[in-house]
Write a protein of this length. Structure first.
Lengths: 175, 106
């Protein structure tokens, strides 16, 4: 979704019909992917209902993510179209680091991926992109999110063992 | 046996490793389905089922059998008594650990 938002905000984006197709196709693909991923986890790892405390913690993490990205990023950092740094990328990385720190505690791959984006966002290398700077940053953030998610899954797999060991039949016991 | 050692008696129903694992997992969530418990504890289906039956009979867990997406699903949650008993049990283990680390009285 973040990658799609980035593509649709590019200055040199494709024409309206193509863009509409890309966005509609991308949205449909995201929806199908979300359903398939949710089903995969349900069928291979089971389901839990989190405690109230856990739900509250998730809400706090989300609020912190929004606050760091949209409030902190725009209020306290220099956010200009001519800036050679990319505040959006840095703020997104910082917000995501804060989100993970509150929700689950930072893992090595979180620090590496989001720390790298934070540093890259603050490097003065974004000047040449002009108005495409933030959309490009969104696409990079989207890719970083995918990489982070894949490594989260790897960690889960290590903690719970191979997902192929148990089948759907294991979801229920008795008659 | 002194009064102090009575205080440190462990609840045998809960202290059994598989049941301790089940109750500890359940104490970190509101409810979990059978597959999640199997994943988290590493128990076989039969073993987990047998332990859950004992825990349900003791009133420590509630088992709800339902259908999710037209498929049978077993959801398990701690009862208030179960939540209290596992918390007390971990407290006992913690006290034992502290005592084991404390210098012996002369």
């Amino acid at each position: 979704m973040i990658i799609l938002v980035g593509v649709s905000n590019l200055q040199r984006r494709p024409g309206a019909p193509v863009l509409l197709g890309v966005v509609a196709g991308g949205l449909a693909l995201s929806w199908v992917a979300c359903r398939l991923i949710a089903r995969y986890y349900r069928e291979h790892y089971g389901e839990v209902t989190p405690t109230k405390r856990r739900t509250q913690r998730h809400a706090v993490a989300l609020v912190a993510w929004v606050a760091v990205l949209f409030v902190g990023g725009s209020k306290f950092l220099f956010w200009s179209p001519d800036s050679p740094v990319c505040v959006y990328a840095a703020a997104f990385a910082l917000a995501t680091l804060v989100y993970y720190a509150i929700l689950v505690g930072l893992r090595t791959h979180h620090v590496v991926i989001w720390g790298s984006l934070l540093v890259v966002g603050l490097l003065p290398v974004w000047g040449g992109l002009g108005l495409d700077r933030d959309p490009v940053a969104m696409m990079v953030a989207g890719l970083a999110l995918m990489a982070s998610g894949l490594l989260d899954q790897r960690l889960l797999g290590r903690a719970f063992g191979s997902p192929t060991g148990l089948t759907l039949e294991s979801r229920h016991v008795g008659g | 046996m002194s009064e102090g050692s009575h205080d440190l008696l462990l609840d045998r129903l809960i202290h059994e490793p598989a049941r301790l694992a089940i109750l500890t997992v359940l104490s970190s969530v509101s409810a979990a389905d059978f597959l999640f418990l199997q994943r988290a504890t590493g128990l076989t289906k039969g073993n987990l089922s047998s332990h859950l039956t004992k825990l349900e009979a003791a009133g420590l867990v509630m088992i709800e059998k339902r259908f999710v997406d037209k498929k049978p699903n077993t959801s398990v949650a701690l009862t208030p008594v179960g939540a209290e008993r596992i918390a007390v049990h971990w407290g006992q283990l913690e006290r034992l650990r502290r005592l084991a680390g404390a210098p012996a009285e002369g």
